[in-house]
Structures are given as structure tokens and as C-alpha cells.
Design a protein around this ligand. Structure first.
Ligand code: NAD
Length: 478
């Protein structure tokens, strides 16, 4: 791990210090890792102005030139992969293997979005008039504000920056105050390339200050936000006076449905993987299980065994772990409170069920709760921790009805050997994504988007890319 460091805002390719600093700690052992700026209002203004100043010239470059910068940054990320993975693990608490996946995925994502340079297309439409041509042009929006969560902090930089830049926008990023260091390390790599000043900027600070200044600013053309439903709702209100376009990737409460004809071994392994990855702190993670009565006992036994086998602890101090700590004390308290409430309402702890005794880190035991029902908070609210509540259902119809009866609609999954059940579920599950017979993890060429309170718009692939553009239709009569 690099030495303790103070970081500075990155505005117009210059590192700009703030008077106020925020401490950043390692969630596995509470050690101070570094300090980052609490950007002032003027610094947020300066970052937006720099992005505005740079945008027209950036958009005027051929897309293939813009792609070259993304590729150069991807190369820098790969060259520094191991160091970056250690920083992400220290700051966020995910295991090193997953941090390495995050770094490589980030580099691949930058390259993937760069590939769109020669594929960005408009349309030529048929006119009702003689001698008229109608062209649909796709144009950049202008300045994007990217507000990031802490759970995949490094990848989320690329998920917002790469589609923004390849389509000719410029961007101001605000990392989460929990995990800003990796973002400034990314900015350092950007500074080593010759990316024009103002195209990519980073300001850090709390949500209520820097986040609010950015998202209520009239000089921002698109707010691309990933985070909780509550914050998403606050950002909508902040954006309302300016009618700023929004792209919101919010929370989830992903149902996993296990039917009687499922490969139970596969289902138990895949649902465990989906629940312990990043310590259950993933928007698309399996958050609630509906198992068909006929196989409920054997499935609960299998999943309890696989959850109990999870190796967890301090990811930089111990080898070969599956899971690290939760992000902070508040997250640990929330998970513990939700489990306590569920058991008070009749849920039975099959394995886990308590805060883990692991020094100063925020560790919770991998937990399986049986006997849950849809009135319980634990089946309705996002847990964001390594806890699997299980409810028994009679059939697919009941499972789909319960799955859909949620405020969230991000991802869902189904385990079955029946093609008919798989097709029925695909048609009737009201979610942005459904995974059949596999763990929940999206592909960069897909489209990650949720229904209901899980968001507005989406990310990745062609459809995610075009969220960063507006259409301009031109009618030419000659
Ligand atoms: P959060 O909403 O607490 O914070 C996210 C970001 O918003 C942070 O940078 C924070 O500083 C900022 N923020 C807070 N208040 C703000 C305000 N008033 N104005 C502007 N910005 C503000 O979320 P989190 O705890 O960092 O992340 C966890 C949540 O993110 C979970 O609900 C998870 O499901 C969701 N998430 C969703 C996706 C997705 O793709 N749908 C991906 C990852 C995480």
C-alpha cells in the first residue's frame, strides 16, 4: 500500500488543493489511508467552467481521436493494475481478486467504449415531401456531472467517463467520500496522458455540499448518478429547476427464484457467489430468495453450507478470502438491525446471524435466514450485506408475483431446467435484467437499467452510450 497521502482536486489538468480535507479510512482495520479535498463551491464552479471551456473543441475532434485518449488511459490503468487493486482493496474493503477484476474490467471498458468511435451513427429518415432529406444527428449533450457510489468506485469512473468522452462530452466526476482515493489515482494517470485540459475533472467532498452544487448547477447538461434511491430522489429535486437531463442507476432488491426442477447445487453456488461478492454490497446482488416448497429443505441446507464456507476477514492481511468487511460502521449497524428485526418477526437463523468478532473491521457473518415472508422489512428493503432471507413459494406464479411486488426493479434471477418456465419468467418479471441459471453480473455490451425506483435510463452497450447524446433532426429541402 502506498504511503499516506494528501490528494487534490483535478481541474483543467491541474491539481488544486482545498483548505478543508476529509480523512479516508480502511474499513478492514480503521487505519487512516489518506486525505482528500472537501472542494469549495468556487472549485466546483471552476471544474464546471473548465469542462464547458473544453467541450466544443473536444467534440470537434474526430471520434477516433477521442478514442485514442481512452485507449491511452486504459493502457495506463493496465500498467498500474496491481497498485490500483491494492488501493481499491484498502479503501473499499473488497478482496484483492475482485479488485483486480474491477481494474481490468475498467481498462476493458475504456477500450470497449473507444471501439464505438467508428460505430456512432445517425439516421437518414424518409420524408413525406418531394426532394426533402431528413437527417437525425446524434450530438453530445455538453458537460456531464458524474456522481459515484463507493461499491465499485474505480469501474464507475469509466462507466461514466468513457461513454461521455467518446460521444464528445466533457465530465466532472465526484467520487464517494468513502472511496475517493482511487479516483485521484486515476486522475494522476490521466494527467500523464496528453488529454486536453478540462475534458476530465475530479472534485471531491460530501454529497450535501459538492454533490449538491454539481447537480443543482445550470451549467451541467447531464447528471449521471449511481447510488441510493434516497439520493437519486434528492438529485431529481436539485435538477428540477434547470430541467437537467438525468441518468439514475439506483438500488435493487434482486429476487432469486429457485424452482423444484433446478440444479440445486448450481443454484446454491451461484446465489452464494452473488450474495458474498463485495460483501453483498452490489446493486444487482441476490437480495431475497423464493424457493419452491418441494425442494426448500434441501436447498436451504445446501445454501447454508455454501454461505457458511465463506472465508472472510481483512483482505490485505489474510490470503485467499472470499469476502472483506462492510464499508463502514453505519452499514454494519444497518445489517445487524435488519437481521434482528427479521428474527424478532419469526425468521430463523440457519447460519451466521451476528456481527463477526474480527478486530476493528466492519465484518458481518455470512447469514442465511429461513421462514421469511413478504411482510418483513428484510424481504422488501435493500440489505447491502452478506445476508440471504429465504421465503417458500408454491409455484412460479407466486414467485413472480412476489418478485414484482417491490419498489425496486433492477435485476432478478431464476434457476430451472424448464425452458417454458424460463420463457415465462423472462416475459413476466418486471425488471431491467434477468439472469437464468447463473450469478448476477452484467456484461459491458448489455444494458444495465432498472424499472420502478431502481432508476431512470441505464448504462453500458449501445443503449447506454446513446444516453450521453441528444438527437438533432435536420430537414433539408432542395
Ligand atoms: P449514496 O446515494 O449514499 O451516495 C452516492 C453518491 O451520491 C456519493 O458520491 C454521495 O456523496 C453523493 N450524494 C449524497 N447526497 C447527495 C446529494 N444530496 N446531492 C448530490 N450527491 C449526493 O449511495 P452509496 O451508499 O454510495 O451507494 C450504495 C447505493 O448505490 C446502493 O443503494 C446501491 O444499490 C446503489 N448502486 C446502484 C448501482 C446501479 O447500477 N444501479 C450500482 C452501484 C450502487
Amino acid at each position: 500500500m502506498p504511503e499516506l497521502n494528501d490528494y487534490q482536486n483535478f481541474i483543467a489538468n491541474a491539481f488544486v488543493p482545498s483548505e478543508q480535507l476529509i480523512d479516508v479510512h480502511n474499513p478492514a482495520n480503521a487505519k487512516l489511508l489518506g486525505r482528500v479535498p472537501q472542494a469549495s463551491h468556487d472549485q466546483v464552479e471552476a471544474a464546471i467552467a473548465a469542462a464547458r471551456q473544453a467541450q466544443k473543441a473536444w467534440a470537434a475532434r474526430p471520434a477516433i481521436e477521442r478514442a485514442g485518449y481512452l485507449r491511452a488511459i486504459a493502457t495506463k490503468v493496465r500498467d498500474n493494475a496491481e497498485r490500483l487493486a491494492h488501493i481499491i482493496t484498502a479503501e473499499q474493503g473488497k478482496v484483492l481478486g475482485l479488485a483486480r477484476v474491477e481494474v481490468n474490467f475498467t481498462a476493458d471498458y475504456l477500450d470497449y467504449m473507444a471501439e464505438w468511435a467508428r460505430r456512432l451513427e445517425g439516421e437518414v429518415l424518409t420524408s413525406d415531401r418531394v426532394g426533402e432529406s431528413i437527417f437525425l444527428l446524434r450530438k453530445p449533450l455538453g458537460v456531464v456531472a458524474g456522481v459515484l457510489p463507493w461499491n465499485f468506485p474505480f469501474f464507475l469512473i469509466a462507466r461514466k467517463m468513457a461513454p461521455a468522452l467518446i460521444t464528445g462530452n466533457t465530465i466532472v466526476i465526484k467520487p464517494s467520500e468513502e472511496t475517493p482515493i482511487n479516483c485521484f489515482e486515476f486522475a494522476r494517470l490521466v494527467a500523464e496522458t496528453d488529454l486536453p485540459a478540462g475534458v476530465f475533472n475530479v472534485v471531491s467532498g460530501t454529497g450535501a455540499t459538492v454533490g449538491h452544487s454539481l447537480t443543482s448547477h445550470a451549467g451541467v447538461d447531464l447528471i449521471s448518478f449511481t447510488g441510493s434511491v434516497d439520493t437519486g430522489s434528492r438529485i431529481m429535486a436539485a435538477a428540477a429547476p434547470n430541467i437537467t437531463k438525468l441518468n439514475l442507476e439506483l438500488g435493487g432488491k434482486a429476487p432469486a427464484i429457485v424452482l423444484a426442477d433446478a440444479d440445486l447445487d448450481l443454484a446454491a453456488k451461484a446465489i452464494t457467489a452473488s450474495r458474498i461478492i463485495n460483501t453483498g454490497q452490489v446493486c444487482n446482488c441476490a437480495e431475497r430468495v423464493y424457493v419452491q416448497r418441494k425442494v426448500a429443505d434441501s436447498f436451504i441446507e445446501q445454501i447454508a453450507a455454501s454461505m457458511a464456507a465463506t472465508r472472510y476477514g481483512d483482505p490485505l492481511a489474510e490470503q485467499d478470502l472470499d469476502m472483506g468487511p462492510l464499508i463502514n460502521q453505519a452499514a454494519l449497524d444497518k445489517v445487524a438491525r435488519m437481521v434482528k428485526t427479521a428474527t424478532g418477526q419469526g425468521a430463523q437463523v440457519i447460519t451466521g446471524g451476528a456481527v463477526a468478532d474480527k478486530g476493528q473491521g466492519f465484518h458481518y457473518q455470512p447469514t442465511v435466514l429461513a421462514g421469511c415472508n413478504s411482510d418483513m422489512e428484510i424481504m422488501r428493503e435493500e440489505i447491502f450485506g452478506p445476508v440471504l432471507p429465504i421465503q417458500i413459494v408454491e409455484d412460479l406464479d407466486e414467485a413472480i408475483a412476489l418478485a414484482n411486488a417491490s419498489e425496486y426493479g433492477l435485476t432478478s434471477s431464476l434457476y430451472t431446467r424448464s425452458l417454458s418456465a424460463a420463457m415465462q419468467a423472462s416475459n413476466r418479471l418486471d425488471f431491467g435484467e434477468t439472469y437464468i441459471n447463473r450469478e448476477n453480473f452484467e456484461a459491458m455490451q448489455g444494458f444495465h437499467a432498472g424499472t420502478r425506483k431502481s432508476g431512470i435510463g441505464g448504462a453500458d452497450g449501445k443503449h447506454g452510450l446513446y444516453e450521453y447524446t441528444h438527437t438533432h433532426v435536420v430537414y433539408i429541402q432542395i
